[in-house]
Design a protein around this ligand. Sequence first.
Ligand SMILES: [Zn+2]
Length: 193
Amino acid sequence: MANLKSAHQFREPTRFDPYRETRKPAGLASCKDCGAVCLRGRWISEAEYQRHFEMKVQVQSRITCPACLKLKFHYAQGVVELIGNEWLKSRAAVLNTLRRTERIFRGRNDQSRILWFGEDAETRNHPAKFKVYVTQPELARHLGRELHKSFKGTTHISRSREEPFVRVRWDAEGPTRRIGRGHLSRAFRKRGA
Ligand SMILES: [Zn+2]
């Protein structure tokens, strides 16, 4: 795990998750950042562990879970872009939908998380964008689906050809504005928030 940062910088364009731990840690491990517990290779939340085993976690080693590593090294595997300003009219409800969907998804898999938010200001050629970066492509798709279900609008999903990364663009304005198509640009894949 010590070489994660360099592995990230020089990673091959393959379809794998470089932050997934392939070696199982010795004994019961927990994440020193979020408290998640690694149970036979699967990460579960501390609360789930306590509920299930009806006891506190007896930690034998402290490591960093893949989701927290992704946050640390700014490595997302999906982004949901909220296009334009129309959605701001229902800002609280939209953010609530995102958080609620994350909570449900995370209840099934503790590694499914929203990592960080970003923003692109409006320019002459492009509308403003509010960006939600996530740990997994599936979560990005799911968030997009829930936004569409709750608030309609237009959704477009594009997937990187080279790595497991999904970009979902959602425009609350609906079909009146055409959302650009096409594959992810190189600059985008750098994921600068
Ligand atoms: Zn963690």
